[in-house]
Design a protein around this ligand. Structure first.
Ligand code: NAP
Ligand code: GLV
Length: 315
């Protein structure tokens, strides 16, 4: 077999654990780590695979024999939007450990709101002993927008905790204990009954700005909002206005429209708003390396890859 190489490119995930995990799966694979400016040592003609998260513009064109692009994560919006994406299969990570990590974050965020923690944080700063009688999970309606690999797993976790869980997707889905709805014409009804709204949608042409002022106004007054999807799924100025007016009572935001969140964003100082820097779930080398290796074996054998992204659909 001719020599083949994989190039790793990410400014977020350290390369060392990925190189070690992939080398353990495929000892014969030549793994090269791209410098931050995209420079890669060795003969570019030998590079057949890119494993990357937001490689620099023009990166792919350096490799004339590219056969596979592996997105170093679940969400492919940044890749799909690129003008320089080569005409080769694109895959995403599909990892139960990654889904578990996300479900843990969503559970934390839902519990934060369900147990009124933002109110206690505000009260503590004012040295106020503010008793709020706890609600039972069955009394709290949690709506999850997006019931895919991550949303489906998070929904199951919330069902186990006893919440009244509702879910929304593009096509029909059925999940134990979850009241599922699908399609745009059901969205307003889902929003109207969401005490806690969790965004777990991919960012696509259809979901960009989906949660605009009118849709946020459908939520019950004082509802909580959790975004672990992408910032652009929500109209951020409308979100700020809804937080200011009390239409949204509190929020947990792992993603925002511009990352890092600009210094002058009003979101930094809003009471009841928790911001985390886009880490609800991360790609995990030890658990994800096997599926990457499997797809490389498939490319070598001329077989179809697993976890291929539907580029036309955008996710
Ligand atoms: P997925 O498996 O592709 O599932 C996407 C879900 O969204 C599916 O249920 C899909 O409906 C639904 N959906 C897509 N377009 C829709 C539309 N127009 N209307 C209604 N529902 C729609 O994605 P995933 O793996 O669960 O990941 C979801 C997103 O999480 C990623 O795309 C990424 O942006 C984000 N993410 C964030 C982090 C973080 O750390 N914050 C980490 C990983 C991922 P169908 O079921 O009908 O296809
Ligand atoms: C992270 O945001 C991912 O999409 O994997």
């Amino acid at each position: 077999m001719p020599r083949d190489a994989l190039v790793y490119s990410s400014a977020v995930d350290p390369a060392g654990p990925w190189v070690a995990a992939l080398q353990a799966e495929l000892p014969d694979l030549d793994i090269r780590v791209a410098a931050p400016d995209g420079t890669v040592a060795g003969d570019p003609a030998e590079v057949r695979y890119v494993l990357g998260w937001s490689p620099p513009a023009g990166f792919f064109a350096r490799f004339p024999n590219l056969a596979l692009v592996i997105n170093l994560g679940a969400g492919v919006d940044a890749l799909v939007a690129r003008r320089d994406l080569p005409a080769v299969p694109v895959t995403r990570l599909s990892d139960p450990q990654m889904a578990r990590m996300m479900a843990a974050y969503v559970l934390f965020a839902v519990l934060r709101h369900a147990r009124d923690i933002p109110q206690f944080e505000i009260a503590q700063r004012a040295r106020r002993w503010a008793h709020v009688h706890p609600r039972q999970p069955e009394e709290i309606r949690v709506a999850i927008l997006g019931l895919g690999e991550l949303g489906g797993c998070a929904a199951g976790e919330l069902v186990r905790q006893g919440f009244d869980v509702r879910g929304w997707s593009r096509t029909p889905r059925s999940l134990p204990g979850v009241a599922c709805a699908h399609g745009l014409d059901t969205l307003d009804g889902v929003l109207a009954e969401a005490d806690i709204l969790v965004a777990m949608l991919p960012l696509t042409a259809e979901t960009r700005g989906l949660l605009d002022a009118a849709r946020l106004a459908r939520l019950p007054r004082g509802a909580a909002f959790i975004n672990v999807a992408r910032g652009a799924v929500v109209d951020e100025p409308a979100l700020v206005a809804a937080l200011r007016s009390g239409q949204i009572g509190a929020a947990t935001l792992d993603v925002v429209a511009q990352e890092p969140l600009p210094q002058d964003s009003p979101l930094w100082d809003m009471p009841g708003v928790l911001i985390t820097p886009h880490l609800a779930s991360m790609a995990i080398p030890r658990s994800a390396a096997a599926q990457i290796a499997e797809n490389i074996r498939r490319i070598r054998a001329g077989a179809a890859v697993l976890n291929a992204v539907n580029l036309a659909r955008g996710y």
